[in-house]
Design a protein around this ligand. Structure first.
Ligand SMILES: [Zn+2]
Length: 115
């Protein structure tokens, strides 16, 4: 029988508390991702197909899932500037969740190896 997990060590509890403090300091978060893209359209005579092509855009596109469907929203430069912190907060939140998961994996594996 493998040994039962006895919980995190003191050091792991301290690391968890540090992550919890950081999590508590995260403010509003926007879901999804932002990409900037330029593209060629379907009209063969358009400037985007010329020898020196002038592509359409760049368009700032915010992509996210809403009710299981992917939704694209075009943002202006000003909107992106206004929302950038909210996207950054979401990324920070994902980083912190990743740290918490890694710590938890370490906590359960270090326990099962200690004899
Ligand atoms: Zn075009």
């Amino acid at each position: 029988m493998p040994e039962r997990w006895t919980g995190p060590t003191a050091a792991q509890r301290r690391a968890q508390a540090k992550i919890a403090d950081a999590l508590a300091s995260v403010s509003l978060c926007l879901p999804g991702s932002v990409t900037t893209r330029s593209y060629r359209c379907g009209k063969p005579n358009c400037a985007c197909h010329a020898d020196l092509p002038r592509l359409h855009g760049p368009y700032i596109q915010w992509t996210r899932r809403v009710d299981g469907k992917t939704v694209h929203t075009n943002l202006t430069e000003e909107q992106l500037a206004d929302y950038q912190q909210l996207f950054d907060n979401a990324r920070r939140l994902r980083e912190l969740v990743g740290q918490l998961e890694a710590l938890t994996l370490q906590a359960i594996s270090s326990n099962s190896h200690s004899e």
